[in-house]
Design a binder for this molecule. Structure first.
Ligand SMILES: NC(=O)c1ccc[n+]([C@@H]2O[C@H](COP(=O)([O-])OP(=O)(O)OC[C@H]3O[C@@H](n4cnc5c(N)ncnc54)[C@H](OP(=O)(O)O)[C@@H]3O)[C@@H](O)[C@H]2O)c1
Length: 336
């Protein structure tokens, strides 16, 4: 395996973000320099939502590490950009995870291509595509809640179902990596729809892992804290519009919570961990001889998850309410 022993100590918890960044840069260099072209790929992986953020970074990293990467995208520009960045190791394909036709076409195309390249099938599937629908539960249009689940849960299950026959072909079997979130364990105010979907992903990962264990197909779950990607910037304008459209009385009721959330997202984005931490966790889950079931990713995330397991609900509520009051106070002061 080029560049790194995935079975060793790969930093992904935020203890050493700089080491993670250097590791990922080294593999990206291998793609840019053409070093990777010397050996044909022996393993293939499909990544959904590869146009930006974690998915794109994983695609480049795994291509640099010698994988043939099928990169799911929804736009031609994203496909062209990945095609040129991947230099033959990244094969973009149109894959909206809510579109049954595109999922079936992707499975057929991958099956045809891996056969043509004499690859045993798919060694990895990274269920990464995701959106954030946020706002007070009272203001969320039910259709948007459905869309949140369609993309973050139903779409992931549909892609997994379609790829399982390809994941069964290698010996030992391929690996599934689900990109979840700390929101799969803690449901913050205003993040209800997103947190519900990520809680569902925890259950999806556990059931799937236990169903496929006998076939040696490992299923891992990334539990990421805030990472520096466009996802939060993408969701905030919609959240504000939802509250605006909910009418004057709800707008007034939720205005303090909303400005607290705005401040929280700005602070979180400023202190977010580098995306390379997630990239290394995905790499470990795909390649380590001893992959983990869960990968807490980001500074202090493992500690927070452990604390959340031990704390009674009343104590967790008290901590969240205290943080919220502080955020509302400082948003109120900032607003004059
Ligand atoms: N960033 C964080 O702080 C964080 C923390 C915890 C977990 N996560 C999870 O990490 C995953 C990736 O998010 P990110 O932070 O990298 O955000 P991002 O940069 O916004 O990436 C999201 C990706 O999902 C794709 N996508 C959205 N809807 C899709 C659909 N219907 N079908 C297929 N692809 C779709 C987007 O494609 P388009 O460009 O076409 O929209 C994009 O490629 C998500 O599952 C997210 O929940 C992120």
């Amino acid at each position: 395996m080029a560049g790194i022993d995935r079975g060793g100590c790969i930093p992904y918890r935020g203890r050493d973000a700089e080491a993670a960044r250097r590791t990922v840069c080294r593999r990206a260099w291998s793609v840019r320099s053409g070093v990777h072209l010397m050996n044909p790929p022996s393993r293939a992986v499909l990544i959904t939502g590869a146009s930006s953020g974690i998915g794109r970074a994983c695609a480049l990293d795994l291509a640099g590490d010698g994988w043939l990467v099928y990169a799911g995208v929804r736009r031609e520009e994203a496909a062209a950009e990945l095609r040129s960045a991947g230099e033959g190791r990244i094969v973009p394909l149109m894959l909206d995870v809510t579109d049954a036709g595109q999922i079936a076409a992707a499975a057929e195309m991958i099956a045809r291509q891996v056969d043509a390249r004499n690859l045993p099938g798919l060694h990895g599937l990274v269920n990464n595509a995701g959106i954030v629908v946020a706002g007070p539960i009272e203001c969320i249009p039910i259709q948007r809640l459905r869309e949140q689940f369609e993309v973050n849960v139903v779409g992931q299950v549909a892609v997994t179902q379609a790829m399982l026959s390809l994941l069964r072909r290698p010996r030992p079997g391929g690996r599934v990596v689900n990109v979840g979130s700390i929101s799969g364990r803690v449901a913050s105010p205003l993040l209800g729809p997103y947190a519900m979907s990520k809680h569902a992903m925890e259950a999806f990962s556990d059931s799937l892992r236990r169903e496929l264990a006998a076939e040696d197909i490992h299923v891992a779950l990334i539990q990421a804290g805030p990472l520096a990607t466009p996802i939060w910037d993408r969701s905030m304008p919609e959240t504000e519009a939802l509250v605006e459209q909910a009418g004057e009385s709800l707008r007034q009721r939720y205005a303090p919570l909303l400005s607290a959330m705005r401040g929280y997202i700005e602070r979180t984005a400023a202190g977010a961990d580098p995306v390379e931490l997630a990239v290394n966790a995905v790499g470990h889950a795909l390649s380590s001889p001893r992959p983990r079931r869960r990968y807490p990713v980001g500074r202090g995330i493992a500690r927070r998850l452990c604390l959340l397991r031990l704390l009674p609900d009343a104590a967790a509520d008290w901590m969240i309410q205290r943080r919220l009051r502080r955020a509302m106070d400082s948003a109120g002061r900032a607003g004059g």
